[in-house]
Write a protein that binds this ligand. Structure first.
Ligand code: AMP
Length: 347
C-alpha cells in the first residue's frame, strides 16, 4: 500500500463512514476504513480497508502504521481499541470524551454538572426500585451503554409492570417519559480554533427510530439559538474536535431538554448533503484534520426520509424527480428496520 498523501483512518464502515470517505476524497484526503463487518458500504469508496475484529492488535498495528490520524463513524468501538490506538496516534474526537458520551449515566451526569437540563432519571443500581414514585411512570428503562435506535430500551406504562420485571444486571437508567411537543437536533463541528453549527433539524421518530428530518425546524429563532448555545457549551466544555449531534426534546412549555449526544455525524444531518453549502460530513473531516471549517448556509428547505428494511426495493425501481436525492447505501443484507438508504426532497 502506498501512503503518499495524508491518510485519515476511520473506524466503522456504515453509511456515515461512506459519506465521510466521499467528503474526504473531495478534500484530497486518503481514507482507510477499519470495520468488523463484511457488509460495510464505506469500503467500496475508501482507498483502503481492513475487515477484522476491532481488538486484533496485528491488524490495528498495520492500520496505525498507514494512517496519520484516526476518527470514527460509530461510537461503540471497544475502549481497549481506542486506547490502544490513541497511545500511538491522534484519535479525534478523544476517546476520553467517548467514554462519557457512550454511557447514558455519565453523559447525563456531565450535562447536569454544567447546568444543562436532561430528562429526569435514576440509576437503577443506586435506587430502591420500590421507592420510585408512581408518578414517575410511564418511563423508559435504558441500558447505560450500547443502546441506539431503541435497542436496549424497555417501556413501562406503570410501576407494577416495572417491579415485576427482572433485569439482567443493574447497568440501566430509568427515565421519565417526556410528553414532548417535538424533537430537534443540532449538528455542531469544532476544530482547534472555531465552532460552527447548522440550524436545528426537526425530527420525527417511529418506534424509537428516526423516520424523517426537516429543515427549517418549525421553532422560533429564539429556541433555535438556545439549542445552539447549549450545543456550543457542550462541545467547548468537552474540548471536542469533530462533529457531534445534540438531540433535544422541546417540551410543551417550549423548554429544551437534552435527550442524548451522538459523538459523531448523525442521521438527522443527512440532508446537509443536498440542502446546505457544506455537509456535516465535510465539516467533520475539516474539523479533525484542522482545516478551516465552512460556515453552514442553507440553500433549500428540505425533508429527509429514512428508508428501512425491504422498503428499499420499492425505491430502487422508483422514478426520482429533480428535487429528490435518493441514496442507496448498498448494504448486501436487507433486514427489517435496518437503515438501507434515505431520500431527501428539497423545496
Ligand atoms: P434514544 O435512543 O434514547 O435517543 O431514544 C430514541 C427515541 O425514543 C427518542 O428520539 C424519542 O423519540 C423516544 N424516547 C426516548 N426516551 C424518551 C423519553 N424519556 N420520553 C419520550 N420519548 C423518548
Amino acid at each position: 500500500m502506498n501512503k503518499k498523501t495524508f491518510t485519515l483512518g476511520i473506524f466503522g464502515g456504515g453509511q456515515l463512514g461512506k459519506f465521510l470517505v466521499q467528503s474526504a476524497k473531495k478534500l484530497n484526503i486518503r481514507t482507510f476504513v477499519f470495520t468488523d463487518s463484511f457488509d460495510s458500504p464505506a469500503i467500496y469508496h475508501s482507498d483502503d480497508f481492513i475487515i477484522s475484529n476491532y481488538k486484533n492488535k496485528k491488524k490495528l498495528d498495520f492500520f496505525i502504521k498507514n494512517i496519520d490520524l484516526a476518527t470514527f463513524e460509530f461510537e461503540n468501538i471497544p475502549f481497549q481499541t481506542l486506547d490502544y490506538v490513541e497511545k500511538k496516534i491522534t484519535v479525534s474526537p478523544k476517546p476520553s470524551i467517548i467514554r462519557i458520551l457512550q454511557d447514558r449515566l455519565k453523559e447525563k451526569n456531565f450535562l447536569n454538572s454544567i447546568g444543562i437540563k436532561t430528562t429526569e432519571f435514576y440509576y437503577l443500581k443506586k435506587v430502591n426500585k420500590r421507592k420510585i414514585n408512581n408518578s414517575f411512570f410511564p418511563a423508559f428503562v435504558k441500558t447505560t451503554r450500547f443502546g441506539y435506535d431503541g435497542k436496549g430500551q424497555i417501556f413501562f406504562k406503570d410501576k407494577k409492570n416495572f417491579l415485576k420485571y427482572s433485569f439482567k444486571n443493574n447497568e440501566y437508567i430509568i427515565e421519565k417519559l417526556v410528553n414532548f411537543k417535538k424533537e430537534i437536533s443540532m449538528v455542531i463541528s469544532r476544530n482547534k480554533s472555531k465552532t460552527v453549527a447548522f440550524d436545528a433539524f426537526e425530527n420525527l421518530h417511529k418506534h424509537q427510530i428516526l423516520e424523517k428530518s426537516k429543515i427549517p425546524a418549525n421553532i422560533s429563532r429564539k429556541l433555535n439559538n438556545e439549542a445552539r448555545e447549549i450545543s456550543k457549551k457542550i462541545i467547548n466544555k468537552l474540548n471536542y474536535i469533530g462533529t457531534m449531534c445534540v438531540e433535544f426534546f422541546v417540551t410543551k412549555e417550549n423548554k429544551l431538554l437534552v435527550n442524548e449526544i451522538a459523538p459523531r455525524v448523525h442521521n438527522s444531518g443527512h440532508l446537509t448533503l443536498n440542502a446546505y453549502n457544506v455537509s456535516q460530513f465535510e465539516n467533520h473531516i475539516r474539523a479533525v484534520c484542522n482545516l478551516k471549517l465552512k460556515k453552514p448556509k442553507r440553500i433549500y428547505k428540505a425533508t429527509m426520509y429514512n428508508i428501512l428494511g425491504f422498503d428499499i426495493e420499492k425505491y430502487r425501481s422508483k422514478n426520482i424527480t429533480k428535487k429528490e436525492f435518493f441514496y442507496d447505501y448498498g448494504k448486501k443484507e436487507i433486514k427489517d428496520k435496518r437503515k438501507m438508504g434515505h431520500i431527501t426532497k428539497i423545496i
